[in-house]
Design a protein around this ligand. Structure first.
Ligand SMILES: Cc1ncc(C[n+]2csc(CCOP(=O)(O)OP(=O)(O)O)c2C)c(N)n1
Ligand SMILES: [Mg+2]
Length: 632
């Protein structure tokens, strides 16, 4: 049996009928559809969304990139068990989503993108906003989505929707494959009718099985752990997504193996656990980086081993260090020549704990970890309580937000100097309390990403921490948060420019060139050689970001001190719409690095002595870079 529907109507009904299940917990997959209409989708998908609003709620966004960020934030907070679809017109509306697609794919987060495309019939070509390629009539701007999508299709005939939509769901719900899925929909095709099979429109369940590790690989891994003298667990995002934090804790308590965390894995083990070392790598804690340096066996769980996690392959320095990787994706499990346990994180950790029954690490190693973890807690207390004057430091702001977040508030961030500071300083109390997008580290993700988190977890207080630079990139979705009453608290940490890149620039001998908003006498403002301030005074630009937020409809609280900030965070609690809390911080009061190197190349020749000396330091540091080619 079938029913005559347009492609748009059939797609909306299909999306509303998709369900997902893990561990017997079953619910619908799509929470709704974000969109911005133009001639490409207003009468196609737009008509279908209007007709079926009770089936698939529609949310109007203000910027297409931002709406994909909302979808990504939502999917992450839901541990990839829920998603949004995003519809755009053709041309600029569509390509605005490319950055969002890359972010979702790199962070392995399911988002369904439905950019409109030019006419399948080609009758009125070229249409408004069409890219014309003289030698290839099959190309459109939507081809930009191919490299940043885990599945891409352009639907040329109505019946093609059926297999294509099923493939889309397969990829979106597969934890090893997931990312952005793009179905490009020509504007005429969306309105064309066909016989949609009933079975296509009926509820369809996608089960996410927990794949166990291969028994032989598990046995070998257990053998390696038993033989290791200094094993260390690196917990990545896969721990959180597979809800394996409990399994991490059980393994740690049974064996005494200490744990450190990537950005996506932060919160895998609560910060106050005696064997929780916190952040590892380029933005790592003194505790984690100390143990990483000495570890002889590293058990990576659900990590894709980015350069920040490995401190650009300098973090693990034991000459015989070997890796065991538990990952749903064989691509990640094989990294660093590791022993690959291609499996679900929770299933793998539980199996490993059983295989290690009765085993405990050497006491000295466990004691060292516990001592370092406790010393690190003291260092955090020192940094967040510094009482910096006249302007507070960013670390103090983080401490105040951490206190306000309590047991289950969520912090959201993505780019600038805050992700590194948060990675080190945030005291995680719950696996879902730390949401720093550091796969793409995309300035502008913070506000829409935080909105997605709030939509996924309305019962939690969501604190978006955003720098002035990131704020300026993409503040417009605040208006959507006002319209939809999405009660996020945005902490706007203003230091008048790109302090993170400024500090990086100084460390590379380039004096903060091009990282200030201010100019003087028509030239770039530079920093002093000691890094404690600008070389010359320049008046601040007449920019008022708090007023900007107010103009977008947000409630704004201006604060000057940490005390005022604490009061404002209290006041913001439970608001129906977004609240922006503005605070200015000292751009030069940064959190130090604790043995965390990041490979950023410096010019090999220069007339500037500072650059030459930075190059020397760079070459020295690079000598400590390892290749991790040894097989376990
Ligand atoms: C979209 C995008 N463009 C450029 C960058 C490179 N980048 C990383 S941090 C940063 C500056 C961020 O400034 P701000 O938000 O004020 O944070 P701060 O560095 O001052 O802490 C830049 C330009 C990026 N991550 N994302
Ligand atoms: Mg800034």
């Amino acid at each position: 049996m079938s029913v005559r529907l347009t492609v748009g109507q059939a797609l909306v009904r299909f999306l509303a009928a998709q369900e997902v299940e893990r561990d017997g917990d079953r619910h619908r997959f799509f929470a709704g559809c974000f969109g911005i209409f133009g001639h490409g989708n207003v009468a196609g998908l737009g008509q279908a969304l209007q007709q079926h609003e009770e089936l698939l709620p529609y949310h109007q966004a203000r910027n297409e990139q931002a709406m994909v960020h909302v979808a990504a934030g939502y999917a992450r907070q839901r541990n990839r068990l829920g998603a949004f679809a995003c519809t755009t017109s053709i041309g600029p509306g569509a390509t605005n989503m490319v950055t969002g697609a890359a972010l979702a794919t790199i962070n392995r987060l399911p988002v369904l993108l439905l950019p409109s495309d030019t006419f399948a019939s080609r009758r009125p070509h070229p249409v408004l906003q069409q890219l014309e390629v003289p030698h290839d009539a099959t190309v459109s701007v939507n081809d930009c989505f191919r490299p940043v999508s885990r599945y891409f299709d352009r639907i040329e005939r109505p019946e093609q929707l059926v297999p294509s939509a099923l493939e889309a769901m397969r990829v979106l719900t597969d934890p090893a494959e997931t990312g952005a899925v793009t179905l490009a929909l020509p504007e005429d095709l969306q309105t064309e009718a066909f016989e949609a099979p009933d079975s296509f429109l009926e509820p369809r369940l996608w089960t996410i099985w927990r794949q166990p590790p291969a028994p032989e690989a598990l046995a070998r891994a257990a053998e390696l752990v038993r033989a290791a003298r200094r094993p260390l667990i690196v917990a990545g995002g896969g721990v959180i997504y597979s809800e394996a934090a409990g399994a991490v804790r059980e393994l740690v308590e049974a064996t005494g193996i200490p744990v450190c965390e990537t950005q996506a894995g932060r919160g895998s083990l609560p910060s106050d656990h005696r064997l929780s070392l916190g952040a590892v790598g380029a933005t790592g804690t003194a505790a984690a980086n100390r143990l990483a340096r000495e570890a002889d066996l590293v058990i990576g769980v659900g990590t894709r081993w980015s350069d920040f996690t490995t401190a650009s392959k300098s973090a693990f320095q034991d000459p015989d260090v070997r890796f065991v990787n538990l990952n749903v994706a064989s691509f990640d499990a094989a990294k660093h020549s590791g022993l690959a346990l291609t499996c679900d994180a929770r299933a793998g950790l539980e199996a490993l704990r059983e295989a290690l029954a009765g085993h405990r690490v050497e006491e000295g190693w466990e004691e060292l970890a516990a001592r370092e973890a406790s010393a690190w807690a003291d260092e955090v207390a020192r940094l967040v309580g510094a009482g910096h004057e006249p302007l507070p430091s960013q670390a103090e702001v983080i401490g105040a937000v951490n206190d306000a977040a309590g047991a289950d508030g969520v912090v959201v961030c993505a780019a600038g100097s805050m992700p590194g500071d948060l990675h080190k300083l945030w005291r995680a109390r719950d696996p879902k309390s730390y949401h720093v997008e550091y796969g793409y580290s995309c300035m502008g993700y913070e506000i829409p990403g935080g909105m997605g988190v709030k939509l996924a977890a309305p019962e939690r207080e969501v604190f978006v921490m955003i720098g002035d630079g990131s704020y300026l990139m993409l503040p417009g979705e605040l208006t959507t948060a006002v319209a939809e009453e999405i009660g996020i608290v945005v902490v706007l940490v203003d230091n008048h420019g790109y302090s993170s890149i400024g500090a990086l620039s100084r460390s590379l001998g380039s004096a903060g060139f091009g990282t200030h908003y201010r100019r003087q006498d028509g030239t770039q403002l530079l920093d002093r050689p000691d890094g404690q301030g600008p070389a010359t005074d320049a008046p601040p630009l007449p920019v008022d970001l708090a007023a900007n937020a107010e103009s977008l409809g947000a409630r704004v609280l201006r604060t000057r001190t940490i005390e005022e900030l604490r009061g404002a965070l209290e006041q913001a609690r439970g608001e129906r719409g977004p609240v922006v809390v503005h605070i200015e911080v000292d751009r030069y009061a940064g959190v130090p690095s604790y043995d965390g190197w990041w490979d950023v190349p410096v010019a090999e020749v220069s007339e500037d002595a500072a650059v030459r000396s930075a190059r020397e330091e760079y070459e020295e540091a690079r000598a400590g870079q390892r290749r991790y080619l040894e097989r376990p």
